[in-house]
Design a protein around this ligand. Sequence first.
Ligand code: NAP
Ligand code: ZN
Length: 348
Amino acid sequence: MSAVNAYAAPREGDPLEKTVIERRELGPLDVLIDIAFAGICHSDIHTVRGDWGPQQYPLAPGHEITGTIAAVGAGVTRHAVGDRVGVGCLVNSCGECRNCLRGDEQFCTQGAVLTYGSTDRDGTVTQGGYSEQVVVTEAFVLKIPDALPLDVAAPLLCAGITTYSPLRHWNVGPGTRVAVVGLGGLGHMGVQIAHALGAEVTVLSQTLSKKDDGLRLGADHYRATSDRETFRELRSSFDVILNTVSAVIDLRSYLSLLDVGGTMVCVGAPGEPLSVGVMSLIGGRRSLAGSNIGGIQETQEMLDFCAEHGIAAEIETIPASDINAAYERVLASDVRYRFVIDAATFGS
Ligand code: NAP
Ligand code: ZN
């Protein structure tokens, strides 16, 4: 075991504080990663605040990790010391069930091991990327293309794949009319990816305050959901709506924006339920769906796609001491568009 500096929540709802966590000895298929950057996902905040139920504490969040390989186990073949790599929300799965075999490790029937707050194969609870180093089995380590700097690549490991996977699954491409609801961490990736896939993209944000950014990121249209005219004028005008909102929204209003046969995919994951009147679906043969990150192979495909299309996150880099202030800004929708922690500051 080795001790590494980290930031963790000591109890539910308490501010994160500097601490030391243990990393396991390198197994034959493990790699040791010197973390360079860790993104702050809204899921980190939901988790440590107990929005999704009780957790084991202390808990170090962080599942948007990039860095460099510092050491490899004796049997490692995919990666070498010095490689630029990333780790997302998954660090292990059974590898044998029908979902793992299809490349959907996130739906492993044995339960995927998540990067933090999850019971690992050895019975310990996983600790995330708000730390100096992490040990991960090689199959769950992604290669960061040379064209992507490590800081702006970090958010792709969750925000990137969480938007890429449903856009691909629902066949978004030229001619598809896509609305992205919420221009935060996920939303700003969803806009760039949907645009690169060739779709006509509309941002639905609470206000017009980020309109210039949305259009620069590739949106064709940008509308405020605080304006009721938006819902009247855009009625029945989308094929796919990607809902990235971290809070409860009125599904009926948004479903009315889908054309016949359209699908609203929820990736935003508030702790409270969203309610739906079935007439909103029946009235236009509409679908309400959800999507959960993406598998390992698809995550690599997304990273390569982003490198090829010049897509990356727009970030604000912070020292670890600013994590709690950054959480407050995320909760206030005051993030443009992802906070990324400089891992060199976890020890200071
Ligand atoms: P974020 O950066 O905070 O973005 C969320 C955006 O939602 C905000 O920027 C804001 O956009 C909008 N919003 C916030 N509160 C709202 C409200 N009360 N009403 C309407 N709109 C509101 O968060 P994120 O990191 O992108 O994560 C978004 C959600 O996705 C979280 O719930 C997170 O847990 C979840 N998530 C799910 C997965 C998955 O696999 N399904 C993966 C990662 C994250 P505007 O200011 O533009 O309105
Ligand atoms: Zn996330």
